[in-house]
Design a protein around this ligand. Structure first.
Ligand code: LMR
Length: 317
């Protein structure tokens, strides 16, 4: 359509591109539902030597889908090539945990991947690349990645806690008997692990404090919190593998929250780098907190947040 003005191509790198999460995510990215129907994209798929055949298969399926916004698909196993000039890096590729494992147990195996990829981003990516770390333990991996990329603003790195936010919203909606679009301001504080803190103090249902709609405080403090904390592990027990489709959806949500203005009064959760003791939280870590965005890819922390002893004790833990 010659009358339509297209935006400048956005280069998106996806690691673990032959994996299950990516298989859901890539087609959403290509369809335009993430970056918008006027935003052409190039997909740069990073895999490993072991997955190269599968990666070729993924690229073939993307090509065969004839997405009008998908202008280029490339594949590779060298992050220094794949990350060249990328505007977004969605770092999914890592060993997933199995039944009964904690995510922290993956650090030995996965930490090195994110050190190497941080170095590669530092060397060749756009100086304003936005990085979303999905591979676990994602907070620590994001910290490792950003420490290895000193020439890219630390603020540009995110650890994905949006899946936890979505899980928390679902539980609150089910308990209150409302549709989930009535649930807002749900913050996940801290780590994408079983110590994470789903915040029901600041959360709202129909614009009002959650406690007005859900009177069962014991449920909020115990069952709700534990359900959200353990959701990923329970899913692994049932499926025999970790979440894939809902993770892809939450990556889409996380990106959209950064490229579209946050609705008035709402917020979204993301694991971000702490500077200047935000909310009294330690500096120099990656911690999930409430964010807002103007839609320019950047974010700011929400300033008016309620804190009580219960919430603070859990955040400290
Ligand atoms: C999840 O929360 O589903 C993912 O982090 C996978 C996992 O290990 O639980």
């Amino acid at each position: 359509d010659k009358t339509k003005s297209w935006k400048k191509l956005v280069n998106i790198a996806v690691s673990g591109a032959a994996g299950m999460i990516s298989n859901h995510l890539l087609f959403k990215l290509a369809s335009g539902e993430v970056f918008g129907q006027d935003q052409p994209i190039a997909l740069k798929l990073l895999g490993s030597e072991r997955s190269i055949q599968a990666l070729e298969g993924v690229a073939m399926e993307l090509e065969d889908s004839l997405y009008p916004l998908l202008r280029e698909v490339s594949i590779g196993i060298d992050p220094y090539e794949v990350f060249e000039d990328v505007d977004w890096a969605l770092l999914i590729g890592a060993k997933p945990r199995g039944p009964g494992m904690e995510r922290a147990a993956l650090l030995d195996i996965n930490g090195q991947i994110f050190a190497d990829q941080g170095k590669a981003l530092n060397a060749v990516a756009s100086r304003n690349v936005k990085v979303i770390v999905v591979g676990n333990p994602c907070n620590t991996n994001a910290l490792i990645c950003l420490k290895n990329a000193p020439n890219i603003p630390a603020k540009n790195f995110h650890a994905l806690t949006r899946l936890d936010e979505n899980r928390a919203k679902c539980q609150l909606a089910l308990k209150a008997g409302v549709f989930y679009d009535k649930v807002s301001n749900v913050t996940i504080w801290g780590n994408h692990s079983t110590t994470q803190v789903p915040d029901f103090l600041n959360a709202k249902i129909d614009g009002r404090p959650v406690k007005e709609a859900i009177k069962d405080t014991k449920w909020l403090e115990e069952e709700f919190t534990m359900t959200v904390q353990k959701r990923g592990g329970v899913l692994i027990q049932k499926w025999g593998r970790s979440s894939a489709a809902s993770t892809a959806v939450s990556i889409v949500d996380a990106i959209r929250s950064l490229v579209t203005p946050t609705p008035e009064g709402d917020s979204f959760s993301s694991g971000v780098y702490t500077t200047g003791n935000p909310y009294g939280i330690a500096e120099d870590i990656v911690f999930s907190m409430p964010c807002r965005s103007k839609g320019d890819g950047d974010y700011e922390l929400v300033s008016d947040v309620l804190m009580d002893d219960f919430l603070w004790e859990r955040i400290k833990k």
